[in-house]
Design a protein around this ligand. Structure first.
Ligand code: FAD
Length: 417
């Protein structure tokens, strides 16, 4: 079969790889001149398999008012005259129940553990150079109350298959000596040794190389303007350069999937959540963490990617522009400098901004659409790198009419969408 994959971010590339291994002829259509130049470019680098709980949860509700009023909050909301934004916010608020949050967490853990197995298998089999490290993750708490509630969740997390342990402040510093500067603030941490990290952009570049070697075609610099549907099937992806025709199509255009799907009558429940990252060349090896660190209070993640420290955080419901706000970049630099002051020069760091393609409940939308030859692989929010291989395999299984290994409950396009 000839499968046309729309979008060459981490999701499109992983999908193309799984399809190619099934023996399909694969064509990728990407509007940029290179792969992974949008949201997959400089994300947090976390392969965060055990931390998949959705943002939509009852615990977030009391924190919304102070967050929305503070300029330094990790979450910001700028209202727009945009129905898509208001629909997303309403669905998000409705999803903030314990029942829905628990259900989503269980569904996402099944996908993320599957993804972990497939990513590790890929790394073992293929030569991919993307600063991959099985470094583990340490979530540090500066508030004893949040640490205590994280400790209370350990048994529940263990029942879902997560391997985690609680650490006191000294044990956090013993595990990650670069936290020494933060020691007076630390209440404790939760260590998950089975988490990995890597550079998503380099992963994508490596996947492009593997795909080209396997015979895949890349149509770079070609923007899909619309999908053409006839007789209940998609017959072409139209670009300014002409129609790209295949037997099947996979939509993996991140946030831009919404207008493309809308044109063929499919409403995707997605909205961009804007986030920021800094990439800091490491100046003092001992001052930068080796373990991936999440600062729970600031909602900032740190990952060592080779000779650099990647710092990422913030979520803004603030429209579709990926233009960076210098104030937010300065805030992220201050936050990072307060945690790991010796790691490098945060003022001179490479700053980046990206739009997470988020769904209100949290899970991505995978697989079937009303068109039998159009599949979705969209809406991975803050977890696209983590979930890429699992989601890709699920979609490849569906293209091949195989039953996916993980249940699809929670991941399919709802009729009302
Ligand atoms: C600040 C930040 C930190 C993050 N940290 C992490 C993390 O630590 N771990 C993690 O797992 N995830 C993280 N994420 C999320 C992750 O980066 C995303 O979920 C993931 O990159 C989404 O991949 P994608 O392929 O769906 O989208 P994209 O990377 O945006 O790819 C979509 C591609 O489609 C192309 N395209 C769009 N429209 C068209 C069109 N009309 N025609 C042709 N091509 C088109 C785009 O150019 C793009 O290349 C983070 C995100 C942000 C913003």
């Amino acid at each position: 079969m000839h499968v046309v994959v729309l979008g060459a971010g981490v999701i499109g590339l992983a999908t193309a790889w799984c399809l190619s291994r099934d023996g399909h002829r694969v064509t990728l259509v990407e509007r940029n001149q290179g792969v992974a130049l949008e949201t997959s470019y400089a994300n947090g680098g976390q392969l965060s398999y055990s931390y998949v709980a959705p943002l939509a949860s009852p615990s977030v509700l009391p924190r919304l008012p102070p967050w929305l009023l503070s300029a330094d909050a990790p979450l910001r909301f700028r209202p727009e005259a945009d129905l898509q934004q208001w629909r997303f916010c309403l669905a998000f608020l409705l999803a903030c129940t314990q029942k829905q949050a628990d259900l989503t967490t269980r569904q996402l853990l099944a996908l993320s553990f599957y993804s972990r197995a497939l990513t590790r298998e890929l790394v073992e089999r293929e030569s991919l150079d993307f600063a991959y490290a099985r470094s583990g993750k340490l979530v540090v708490h500066s508030d004893a109350t949040t640490h205590a509630s994280a400790c209370r969740l350990l048994d529940y997390q263990a029942s879902l298959g997560c391997e985690q342990r609680a650490l006191d402040a000294d044990a956090c510093v013993a595990l990650e000596p670069a936290l020494a500067h933060m020691r007076p603030l630390l209440a404790g941490g939760i260590h998950t040794p089975s988490e990995d990290a890597g550079d998503c952009y380099l992963f994508c570049v490596g996947m492009e190389r593997l795909l080209r070697a396997a015979g895949a075609t890349f149509l770079l610099g070609e923007t899909v303007q619309r999908l053409r549907a006839e007789g209940g099937r998609v017959v072409a992806a139209e670009t300014a350069q002409g129609a790209v025709e295949g037997d099947a199509y996979v939509l993996a255009t991140g946030n831009r999937s919404v207008p493309l799907a809308r044109e063929v009558g499919i409403r995707l429940p997605m909205y961009p959540l804007k986030g920021y990252s800094l990439t800091v060349p490491i100046a003092d090896d001992a001052g930068a963490p080796r373990v991936s660190v999440t600062d729970y209070a600031q909602k900032v993640v740190y990952a060592r990617l080779g000779e650099s420290l990647r710092v990422a955080g913030m979520a803004e419901i603030a429209g579709h522009s990926a233009d960076p706000d210098p104030k937010r970049i300065a805030l992220l630099a201050r936050q990072a400098a307060s945690r790991f002051p010796g790691a490098g020069d945060y003022e001179g760091a490479h700053a980046w901004c990206g739009l997470r393609p988020a769904t209100p409940k949290g899970p991505p939308v995978l697989g079937a659409t009303p068109y039998p030859n159009l599949m979705l692989n969209v809406g991975h929010g803050a977890l696209g790198f983590t979930l890429a291989m699992g989601s890709a395999q699920v979609v490849a299984d569906l293209v091949a009419a195989r039953t996916p290994v993980i249940p699809l409950d929670g991941f399919t396009l709802e009729p009302s969408r």
